[in-house]
Design a protein around this ligand. Sequence first.
Ligand code: PRP
Ligand code: URA
Length: 209
Amino acid sequence: MSNLHVFDHPLIQHKLSILRDKDTSSKLFRELVSEIAMLMCYEATRDLPLEDVDVETPVAVAHCRHIAGKKLAVVPILRAGLGMVEGMVAMMPNVKVGHVGLYRDPETLEPVKYYFKMPPDIQERDAIIVDPMLATGGSAAAAAQFLKEVGVKHVKLMSIIGAPEGVERMRSEHPDVDIYLAALDDHLNEHGYIVPGLGDAGDRIFGTK
Ligand code: PRP
Ligand code: URA
């Protein structure tokens, strides 16, 4: 699966093991989601283009490189994706944040859109969608579609845990989208939850269950 990247960095894997634990508090869960997002951001931006720049240090001119190319937007899928924004923004302080509001219909498991607000120059930006869970892939595929419809040319998806079903759906509907995961789990259960997963990410972040 060439466009799937699963990060096996020890720090990410260690934090993920605590995140999965059913006894982890909401406070710690939120902190871990943010920290994992920060570490994944570091890896998922490895291919950003650089350009040469000369910087005058107090001693001499240093030949340096800084990030070139298109500007970025981070696009969390509400609600749970919000938990990943702080970590992303910590790494990329000037990034703009667009929001896509989607929830899964509990019967059909299909995403229902209730909010969409992007930076005004979104068509000039590359976008990284963030959502901790890639389950059926319905939410991520819809978010990628909305972004393409407003003119975004290059979309990435960053999720903490993915199911094979979600990866397959993304690959068939959006083969151009690179997918970054901290873990690829086994399967979905009959309620559309990732097994073993971590339960309902939104509820665990916001303490709503
Ligand atoms: C969760 C999760 C994803 C979606 C993944 O959101 O945060 O957005 O499910 O499932 P899918 O791949 O099958 O679409 P949920 O609908 O529970 O909403 P919430 O974030 O508001 O809790
Ligand atoms: N959404 C979640 O929050 N968890 C899952 O396991 C699947 C979808």
